[in-house]
Design a binder for this molecule. Structure first.
Ligand code: ADP
Ligand code: MG
Length: 319
């Protein structure tokens, strides 16, 4: 049994969700028999761990410093093994512009896009929008929870959408809107979990659809998908996970268009971890209970960190 620091809360816009993930993971770790040291990153400092002799840190934060690699870098400095991806992968996944570049390099299908800056002249913004064509989606580069994401169907709607996204930062993405079904695929270790479909009644998985129970969003862990779609979705999920150098686990969001083509939207390096969150739901579809999943996340994260890089390279060269 391990002494595990549980990092949750945080100061990002996703603090409330993180508290829920944290409570669920905390309960699971205790049921398994681990000794849990909870740290609300909103008020407690990670530095406190320096004198605590913990074996492992479970990161149940979402967004902000927990997801952009800052917390991971600090844990590296403290030489504490932790759950999930390292600082570089976290940063790449959090930044949709950097993610897109990696997706294109690693042949992960992703929708055409442009990046607008706050002081771009109107004519440039209009030209970008026309290049992508309608409908398109405007989104902040490094937010989560669908905050600042707007679907746009004509030029008149562009200024408001850009204004909403620029509230979160000086760079904003304009992306072709993929009309179709929304899928998400969890990756644990090196394997993809069963595909899950997100069915938002409005057709847009926005903040309300994500967190407000009255929105009526449904999640289908056994969706009826045409032909090889499920296998392809799992294939692209693993490819996207590796393209961003993710470790341990992640959840990859994608769209399936009317022609049966898949388009990866983003990789979430710290997906929701309440018992009803998507990754645990997908694991349950495979017969893996919540506690078992939490333990597996600890195991795969420890395992990957224990391997010295040179060993991995030797094995790759020998293969
Ligand atoms: N290109 C797109 N085409 C269609 N829907 C999109 C597109 N981009 C985003 N969305 C919708 O907006 C939601 C949030 O966008 P996403 O890129 O995943 O950002 P976030 O990091 O905020 O979750 C998605 O779950 C999806 O419903
Ligand atoms: Mg998303």
């Amino acid at each position: 049994m391990l002494r595990i620091a549980l990092l949750y809360g945080g100061t990002s816009s996703e603090r409330e969700v993180s508290i829920k993930s944290g409570e669920a993971v905390w309960a699971a770790l205790e049921r398994i028999g681990h000794h849990v040291l909870p740290l609300d990153i909103g008020s407690d400092e990670i530095g406190m761990l320096e004198n605590e002799k913990v074996d492992f840190a479970f990161i149940a934060l979402h967004g902000g410093e927990g997801e952009n690699g800052t917390v991971q870098r600090r844990l590296e400095e403290l030489q504490i093994p932790y759950s999930g991806s390292g600082p570089i992968a976290s940063r790449l996944a959090m930044d949709k512009e950097l993610s897109k570049a990696e997706f294109l390099t690693h042949r992960v299908p992703t929708a055409p896009y442009e990046v607008a800056e706050e002081f771009d002249a109107d004519y440039r913004l209009r030209r970008m929008a026309r290049r992508i064509n309608w409908p398109l989606v405007v989104k902040p580069i490094d937010q989560g929870s669908s905050l600042g994401v707007t679907k746009v169907t004509c030029l008149n709607e562009v200024p408001d959408a850009l204004g909403g996204a620029f509230k979160f930062g000086p760079r904003v993405m304009l992306e072709k809107c993929i009309v179709g079904r929304e899928l998400t695929v969890g990756v644990v270790g090196n394997r993809a979990l069963p595909v899950c479909e997100v069915i938002a009644p409005t057709g847009f998985y926005d903040f309300k659809a994500k967190y407000d129970k009255t929105a009526g969003t449904r999640y289908d862990t056994n969706p009826n998908l045409p032909g090889p779609t499920a296998k392809m979705a799992q294939h692209y999920a693993r490819r996207a996970h590796h393209a961003l150098r993710c470790h341990g686990y992640s959840r990859v969001d994608m769209m399936l268009d009317g022609d049966g083509e898949l388009w990866v939207l983003e990789v979430n390096t710290l997906p929701g971890m309440t018992e009803t969150s998507l990754l645990p739901k997908a694991a349950a579809q495979e017969g893996i209970g919540f506690d078992e999943l939490v333990q597996e996340l600890v195991d795969v994260s420890m395992e990957q960190r224990r391997k010295p890089v040179s060993n991995r390279i030797t094995r790759i060269l020998a293969a």
